[in-house]
Structure formats: C-alpha cells, structure tokens
Design a protein. Structure first.
Length: 250
C-alpha cells in the first residue's frame, strides 16, 4: 500500500557505507521515523563506516521510487548524540575523520561541496570532555629503504602500538625508534603510561595481530611492561641481503 516517506526519514532513507579489511563491522539499529543508532567494531585506522542520509548520486533506484526529489532542507534539524568508548577520536580532533563523524559532508544542488564541523554546533551533554594528548618522538637515523613488505609490516605494527597507547596507556611521552639490527629491521615503541602486567592481561587482538604479521615474515615481537612503569613493544624482521650485526638509526 502507498506510504508517505519524508526527507531524511531514518527508517526509510538512511544507509550505511564503507567497510574495510577484516574484523570490521557496523550496523544500523533501533531505526524509527525519529532517529537511529549505529554501533560497530573497528580494529584499524583504515576501517570506517559512513552514515549516508541522502545520496544525491544514487543512480540505482527507479525514478518512481527515488526519494528526496529536491535539495530543499529548509526547516529540518539534524541532532547527533555521540557516546565515546574505547578512546574513539573526538569530534574536535584536527586529524582526518576516523570512525566517528567529525564533520557533516554535503554536496549542494549546484555541485559545490562543504564539510561542516559538528564540534562548532555541539553542546556538551556529559560532565566532562577529556582530551588525550602525548608527545611522540621518532628516532630513525639514516636507515634507507627496505623491501615493501618489510616497511608495510613495521608501519602497521607501529600504528597498532600507538593505537593501544591512545586507548589504554594515558601516556604523555612516546618514543618510536627504528634501527638496523642483526641483518634486519627493528622497531621499538615505548611509552611512559600506565603499563600492565603481561602475565595477568590476556593478549588482545591488536598485539596478536602484530605478532602474527611479523611471524609470517620470519620476525619476532616482544612486549615488556609493568603497572605504573609504561610499556615497550619491540619487533624485528629479517631482511635478506642485510649484513648481520650492522646497527643504524636509534
């Protein structure tokens, strides 16, 4: 039977787009004519989910059922409530959008685009809005280039280590070191944060993923930490053709 659909009606016109790599998942739920909820699990900065309120470039639907016949949004108000868990990037972050919505990206009827910062239109609902920050120092020296798969593995392991620091460590100082050791490439990520007891804390998917990535290339991963004394994550990968014992970088 015929149904009247309103502009930006969450339970009729909303869609979810954009997943990447494995172990990333997101879904829309509790959608009604008045609102919706989105929740997800992400394990990499490249994973994302975009809530599409209206896709002006949607060419797949038949014109007879295509919603939103025009771009007139006069009188409409879009309300967002964001609940932060697991150190999700806050909407006032100057960095590129991550897994939450720091901006409302729009395409105007004339084809021009705009990115509206949600922070400029936000009202604090909770009692506090803590901002996490740390100083990161990178020591690499004159290492030169390494095989692509070696550089990629070290890059993603360092990113994972930094993500863990942002989520759990509450650190103020972080050091990332790269060096040529034992005929291979070694990385070391050290923080002055809360630390943990490796013997009592199960290895999470992040550390296990790092260990698996390095092991696949013949490398190793070591984690040293204790409560109140920070954490050091050290990994090493062999590099064919590199002389054992050579030390470069710091």
């Amino acid at each position: 039977m015929p149904e009247r659909i309103y502009k930006l009606q969450p339970d009729r016109t909303l869609s979810l787009r954009g997943f990447n790599t494995f172990a990333a998942a997101a879904s829309i739920h509790n959608a009604s004519p008045a609102g919706f909820e989105i929740s997800g699990i992400f394990r990499d900065p490249a994973d994302f989910a975009v809530a599409v309120l209206y896709d002006a470039d949607n060419v797949f639907e038949h014109p007879s059922i295509k919603y939103l016949p025009d771009f007139n949004f006069a009188g409409l108000t879009l309300d967002f409530s964001l609940l932060y868990t697991d150190s999700v990037q806050p909407i006032d972050s100057p960095k590129y959008n991550w897994i939450d919505w720091a901006t409302l990206d729009v395409i105007r009827a004339d084809g021009t685009t705009a990115s509206i910062p949600l922070w400029e239109n936000a009202m604090l609902a909770g009692s506090a809005f803590p901002a996490a920050f740390a100083t990161v120092t990178v020591n690499a020296g004159a290492l030169g280039r390494f095989p692509e798969e070696t550089e990629a593995a070290v890059y993603f392991c360092c990113i994972e280590a930094l993500q863990n620091i942002a989520k759990y460590a509450a650190a103020s100082q972080v050091t990332v070191g790269l060096s040529g050791v034992g005929g291979g490439l070694q990385f070391r990520v050290t923080d002055d944060g809360a630390g943990f007891d490796p013997g009592l804390t199960p290895k999470g998917t992040g550390l296990q993923g790092m260990a698996d990535r390095l092991a696949a290339l013949g490398g190793t991963l070591h984690v040293h930490s204790q409560p109140g004394h920070g954490t050091t994550v050290r990994g090493w990968l062999p590099v064919p053709g590199r002389e054992a014992g050579a030390v470069q970088g710091r």
